[in-house]
Design a protein around this ligand. Sequence first.
Ligand SMILES: Cc1cc2nc3c(=O)[nH]c(=O)nc-3n(C[C@H](O)[C@H](O)[C@H](O)COP(=O)(O)O)c2cc1C
Length: 286
Amino acid sequence: MPPDSLTPVTHTAGQDTAASLLWSRYRDAAAPAPQIWNDVIATLLGHRSIRSFLPTPLRPGTLDLLVAAAQSAATSSNLQAWSVVAVEDPARRSRLSKLAGSQKHVVDAPLFLVWVADLARLADIATNEGVEIEGIHYLELLLVGIIDAALAAQNAVVALESLGLGAVYIGAIRNNIEAVAAELALPPLVMPVFGLCVGHPDPAVATDIKPRLPQEVVLHRETYATGGKLAALARYNGALRSFQREHDLTVEDWTSKVTERVRTPASLSGRHRLGQALRNLGFQLR
Ligand SMILES: Cc1cc2nc3c(=O)[nH]c(=O)nc-3n(C[C@H](O)[C@H](O)[C@H](O)COP(=O)(O)O)c2cc1C
């Protein structure tokens, strides 16, 4: 780490940026004060999902650089149990959009990255070595692939945001996971985890930092503290409501949204059958 990564915030301009980013992230009096800061932290705290893209193509070399950033993420036991399918063909993006709830940004963004948990590569290597691959059928290895894919994708997101590009994850590809696998010609033992729309943000469409839960809700010290979060959750409902009002979004309490999401399988948009879908893709989930 270069020493300046721990430089305390001293100059006014930097403090303004740090303080305003932290304020926007929480919109809460208990937001942490900016004491330590650098450009990487500023990129991370400035994140917002982008859903409106210019048709401008990405600069040559962008995809290679994003994949290098993704491959720089830590990976369980160095197994590197993930792959990414880069989809640029507009017709294929259009078909994938339909499979993901007809989300317009999948069509509009010039690049759609599908991050996959890839146990097929591991299985092929072991099979070529002439061994049985019984271990591949256990849930743990699928989890390794999913975690690896998520860490890799998020590294790519941080990299592309640092370049002024924008992105939004598309979990909705799991609504129709078998059809997505067929569209991408995925072999058995490869699971599409999520998509990622990548492109130049349309400057005509305002975006903003969406507030997150107060830290006292997510940060437990030494042991997990249950209960006692109601006041903080109420503050978060208020912070998110102010964000929703400013952006002409449906105003609803976060706690109500979460409640609705977990109430019945119907709110899972088809993903309630994910277990069976994964078995159809060759995973035994033992
Ligand atoms: C795994 C994952 C899947 C997501 N799927 C979708 C999606 O299908 N469509 C969408 O518009 N946003 C999707 N999002 C974006 C979230 O809605 C967004 O990150 C969240 O509302 C917080 O907003 P922010 O990213 O602007 O801070 C997804 C995010 C993640 C991490």
